[in-house]
Write a protein that binds this ligand. Structure first.
Ligand code: FMN
Length: 228
């Protein structure tokens, strides 16, 4: 079948596919569990699956947020305010991206609840936070790893004819905490972390196995130099 994304954007439905299949197909997406601090020092924590690594050396990640949601007359719509994670990251210049292991899945989901900025989702989910090293927002103590980030940019996601309502926040990674249980011979055992990833609808997947595939020796330009 052909799913007409442009028709959906202008309000018409594809009857045989009532939900946009996009997120079920660009899957799995890593979850950035973003911790930030409000101006008065309250810990904010929320999951973002529009999250990705976009460059290394220096290492850069981004997460992308809609405006905050509000309920008016029984209907949900986007409000004027930005989500707390985006606001706090941009205002303070710092955030931490915690990785989510399978045992933290329910707590991660709990922290997606829309609660007032003055309340901490971390407390609401019963999570213990630990101090970070280079940035002020704390990290989730039991997360298998956490990336400490300094905000290096923020811009609206571009779309045809203008700007999307999503806003991207770019962070440069200035340090990484890794639970030693997941380090073997100086390498991270990613599969052992059982990272939770997001698919479409309410579906998640767990990253549990890895296979290796060295780059080709016969690369015509690089003569095997990518092997390591
Ligand atoms: C697994 C998961 C992934 C999510 N990804 C995003 C996302 O990429 N962008 C977004 O705006 N909201 C996303 N949300 C919703 C936010 O977590 C939710 O709106 C949360 O209340 C935002 O909190 P904040 O205002 O404290 O940042 C996601 C929720 C879940 C459960």
């Amino acid at each position: 079948m052909f799913y007409d994304s442009e028709a959906r954007n202008s309000g018409s439905n594809t009857p045989e596919m009532p939900f946009n299949p996009f997120k079920a197909l660009v899957a799995p997406r890593p979850i950035g569990w973003i911790s930030t601090l409000t101006e008065d020092g309250t810990v904010n924590l929320a999951p973002y699956s529009y999250f990705q690594a976009v460059a290394d050396n220096p290492d850069i990640v981004l997460f992308s947020a809609t405006p905050s949601l509000s309920a008016v007359d029984g209907a949900i719509s986007f409000g004027e305010e930005r989500k707390h994670s985006e606001h706090n990251a941009v205002a303070s210049g710092e955030f931490v991206c915690n990785l989510v292991s399978y045992d933290l899945r329910t707590a991660m989901n709990d922290t997606s609840a829309h609660i007032p900025a003055a309340d901490s989702e971390a407390e609401h989910a019963g999570l213990v936070m630990a101090p970070s090293t280079r940035v002020k927002p704390p990290r989730v103590a039991n997360a298998p790893a956490a990336l400490e980030c300094v905000v290096v940019g923020s811009m609206p996601v571009p779309r045809q004819g203008g700007s999307h309502r999503y806003q991207m926040v770019f962070g440069e990674v200035v340090g990484i905490h890794i639970n030693e249980d997941f380090i073997n011979d100086g390498r991270v055992d990613t599969a052992a972390m059982q990272l939770v990833t997001r698919m479409g609808y309410d579906e998640y997947a767990v990253l549990e196995s890895a296979f290796t595939m060295p780059r080709p020796d016969f690369d015509p330009l690089l003569s095997g130099l990518l092997k390591s």
